[in-house]
Design a protein around this ligand. Structure first.
Ligand SMILES: [Mg+2]
Length: 263
């Protein structure tokens, strides 16, 4: 057992860039996950996608050849719906791709006088009128929840505006800071730790994003493990504060780092 991960009783593993890339699992990822399962350590998978409900994430993993159950998946929309439930805000206005609405099917959609608005990556769905409606709802007292605040993402057409650009526009205009539900918010990591029945200090977050995964984990007391796959850049690691507790070439190295049995 390597000392970096001593005392870890549960794992929250990022998906995009860590378990899979595009439509394929990363080499060794499936074996590593199987080996971790065999070792008995609880696993959860956490993604910031705002374009898919949990059911589609599960389906997407199965299509790529990885069997997971829905309860193992944590997404930004689910973190937001948990947050709204806790605060008793049941009338909501959603700025999300419609596919994601199913994670909010126990809420009442109310675009006239919502108690909260939830902003995710609406992409081309944004218009001036829609952005302005969200702005007016915040001005009218609605709680402002953002699923994530990523600046941009890479698509086949080139770098593309992500939800963060629109969240920032609404924050700027309204003077209200959004409550973040996805990674790196403590809400997200706490929900994953709670579901495994462990404290944050006993959880390791494993991912390819030095900010969202690693710094986010460390900021709330969890361990952060960086993998050199996906969006990993040596440059980012060099300048990163705080540093990861551990850096692995890929997820394939995780069982050995935890002292899990092989084979
Ligand atoms: Mg990732």
């Amino acid at each position: 057992m390597e000392h970096e991960l001593a005392g870890i009783d549960g794992l929250l593993i990022d998906l995009d860039g860590t378990v899979y890339l595009g439509d394929r699992l990363l080499p060794g990822a499936a074996d590593a996950i199987e080996s971790l399962r065999r070792s008995g350590i609880p696993l959860r998978f956490g993604t910031n996608t705002t374009r898919m409900p949990r059911s589609a994430v599960v389906e997407g993993l199965r299509t790529r050849g990885l069997d997971v159950v829905a309860d193992e998946i944590f997404t930004a929309p689910l973190a937001a719906s948990g947050l709204l439930e806790k605060r008793g805000l049941w009338n909501v206005s959603l700025y999300l791709p419609e596919a994601t609405y199913e994670d909010f099917d126990h809420f009442t959609l109310n675009d006239t006088e919502p108690q909260a608005i939830v902003v995710g990556d609406l992409g081309r769905g944004w218009s001036f009128d829609l952005l302005n409606r969200a702005f007016r709802q915040i001005r009218g007292g609605a709680e402002f929840v953002a699923l994530q605040r990523n600046r941009y993402w890479e698509t086949s057409e080139g770098p593309t505006l992500d939800a963060g650009a629109f969240v920032a526009a609404l924050e700027f205009a309204s003077g209200q800071e959004a409550t973040l539900a996805g990674k790196p918010s403590p809400t997200f990591f706490q929900a994953a730790a709670d579901s495994m029945g462990i404290g944050l200090s006993a959880m390791a977050v494993v991912g390819d994003d030095i900010t969202t995964d690693v710094a986010g984990a460390r900021a709330c007391g969890a361990k952060g493990v960086l993998v050199r796959t996906g969006k990993f850049r040596a440059d980012d690691l060099e300048h990163a504060r705080p540093k990861p507790n551990l850096v692995l070439d890929s997820l394939a190295g995780l069982p050995a780092a935890l002292g899990a049995p092989h084979g």
